[in-house]
Write a protein that binds this ligand. Structure first.
Ligand SMILES: [Zn+2]
Length: 205
């Protein structure tokens, strides 16, 4: 089963992606991880991507598409895959459509105001990467290693709100695109992790 997962930053998309991949034994392909891995491995595509990232620029569509195309050729994608963070726009979706068939485009429909509030309450451990919320970590310390938790710059409210605005503008045409193809599955993302997952599994069956 070839699945695409779409959802705003902070919608819990990554968590759901991990759960789906584990249950269906398919690889979780995230553009971010793929970029990091190619850069770490020093591949030709990774080197090219790095020059853009070092300059603080977005990695161009063609390069991201080349990375994804290369990854989808791997053996572990034979029985399906889950794409997370790709396609990001209609142009990428068109290119992807030429490479592989998408069986399901999952869209986690989440209240953006709630996401903004949730993201702004996120606290991370600068030492071990443990992530939690201000509500859960009342003492402000990492449960794993005891370090003082911080708010990442990315999680500051104005930054979050801007990212969500950009996301909403970019994703609307993408959602329409997959709807028109008859593969869009919209799941209510304003639920607990387990309830969202139960809805996803019900839809995939
Ligand atoms: Zn820690």
């Amino acid at each position: 089963m070839n699945i695409i997962i779409m959802g705003a930053p902070g919608s819990g998309k990554g968590t759901q992606a991990v759960m789906i991949c584990k249950a269906h034994k398919i690889p979780h392909i995230s553009t971010g991880d793929l970029l990091r891995k190619n850069i770490a491995d020093g591949t030709e595509l990774g080197k090219q991507a790095k020059t853009y990232m070092d300059a603080g620029k977005l990695v161009p569509d063609e390069l991201v598409v080349a990375l994804i195309e290369d990854r989808l050729k791997a053996d572990d994608c034979k029985n399906g895959f889950l794409l997370d963070g790709f396609p990001r726009n209609k142009a990428q979706a068109d290119v992807l459509g030429k490479i592989v068939k998408t069986d399901v485009a999952l869209y986690l429909d989440t209240d953006l105001n709630k996401i903004a509030a949730r993201m702004a309450s996120r606290r991370v451990c600068p030492k071990c990467g443990y992530s939690t919320s201000a509500e859960l970590a009342k003492d402000g310390k990492c449960k794993e290693c005891g370090e003082t938790l911080i708010i990442r710059d990315d999680d500051k409210l104005e930054v979050v709100e801007n990212r969500l605005k950009v996301y909403a503008e970019q994703s609307a045409p993408l959602i329409e695109y997959y709807k028109a193809k008859g593969v869009l599955v919209t799941v209510n993302g304003n639920q607990t992790i387990d309830d969202v997952y139960a809805d996803i599994e019900a839809a995939l069956k």
